[in-house]
Design a protein around this ligand. Structure first.
Ligand SMILES: [Zn+2]
Length: 347
């Protein structure tokens, strides 16, 4: 005979990863997924802002891995769920593209060590001319003021010193990439302005001026070489890519110059694992990704950025660290008052 009194009850312990001071951003239609507990007062925080699940890995995977595994709290703002990504039927199954790609992003985020993903709630707009841009929830159709307000609330809630987004041409001209550039640029300035108050933001969300803004970029020389070679072989560089919708000439001429190069060589294995999380989006990249790492290393062991704020002087040396020059002091917690809210529709 046994006594149930001696058997310890199995009670699941639910640990909330969301910080106690995190404000209610649901009135702003922001949905946050917490993947690890945020530090109480980390010395450094990094905010990465792109529009699609996979941009974080394909554009900045090594950078995110390097900083998050080095103790920096890294957050990812993702404007859409990547609804327009091409998915091979054999990989699709019953799930929608949005559900598949959200799961892929969570896999990559856990691999890279992200603290949280914050979705802005829009729909992928597709490449220029796509009918998806006409959808009422398309990110490109979202008013500048609305997106800027969401991003200001997130910058004030997260309090990063450094913000990363795409440059003015959005890497390769994707309309969502250009829209995230314009809205992040505006929010970066507005977040520190006490006169600016986003509609529907919680009361007491205090202004926060991040110290640095960077645009993701790359060395334009191989792209210029590709333009020349394509013309030599009678191909049109303005209709490049698997779908012929990338204007390589515009890419080569509008890319911003690298001013900060991050060595991500020691974190390539982590970045590779995050790449494979996005298996529906690899396309021809999968073949390159299968090459031995030592062959790929010269092309993928560094990630480059252009510092937009503060501006770079002509004789400034190239930075090797996004946090270069920033003090290693704990970031104070903002004064959060959970009042406010929004009774009307956020428009
Ligand atoms: Zn993208």
């Amino acid at each position: 005979m046994h006594s149930t009194a001696l058997t310890p009850a199995v009670v699941p312990i639910m640990v909330s990863l969301k910080p106690a001071t995190w404000p209610d951003l649901q009135p702003l239609a922001i949905e946050s997924h917490w993947l690890r507990s945020a530090a109480m007062a980390p010395a450094h925080r990094l905010l990465v802002v792109y529009p699609h699940p996979d941009d974080e890995t394909f554009s900045s995977g090594g950078t995110i891995a390097r900083y998050s595994l080095g103790g920096v709290e890294v957050h990812y703002v993702c404007a859409t769920r990547g609804e327009c990504g091409t998915i091979e039927p054999r990989l699709r199954g019953e799930e929608s593209a949005a559900d598949l790609r959200t799961a892929e992003l969570v896999c990559a985020a856990q691999t890279l060590g992200l603290t949280a993903i914050h979705f802005l709630g829009y729909r992928d707009s597709g490449m220029p001319g796509a009918v998806d841009a006409q959808h009422p929830d398309a990110f490109v159709a979202a008013p500048m003021e609305r997106v800027t307000g969401q991003l200001v609330a997130l910058i004030r809630a997260i309090r990063p010193q450094v913000v990363i987004t795409f440059g003015p041409y959005g890497d390769y001209g994707h309309p969502d990439h250009i829209h995230i550039h314009e809205t992040t640029r505006a929010a970066f300035t507005a977040a520190g302005n006490p006169e600016y108050s986003p509609r529907c933001a919680p009361a007491g969300l205090t202004p926060w001026a991040a110290a640095k803004l960077y645009y993701k970029t790359f060395d334009a020389r191989p792209v210029r070489l590709a333009v020349t070679l394509l013309r030599l072989f009678g191909r049109d560089p303005r209709r490049f890519g698997e779908n012929g919708d990338v204007d390589l000439l515009a890419v080569a001429t509008q890319v911003t110059p690298p001013t900060c190069t991050i060595d991500v060589g020691p974190w390539l294995a982590v970045k590779d694992r995050a790449f494979w999380c996005h298996r529906t989006q690899l396309g021809s990249l999968a073949r390159l990704q299968r090459l031995p790492r030592r062959l790929r290393r010269p092309f993928v062991a560094a990630e480059s950025y252009t510092r937009a704020v503060p501006p770079v002087a002509p004789d400034d040396p190239r930075e090797r660290d996004l946090f270069h020059g920033l003090a290693l002091a704990p970031i104070p917690v903002g004064i959060i008052d959970q009042g406010g809210g929004c009774s009307a529709e956020l428009v």
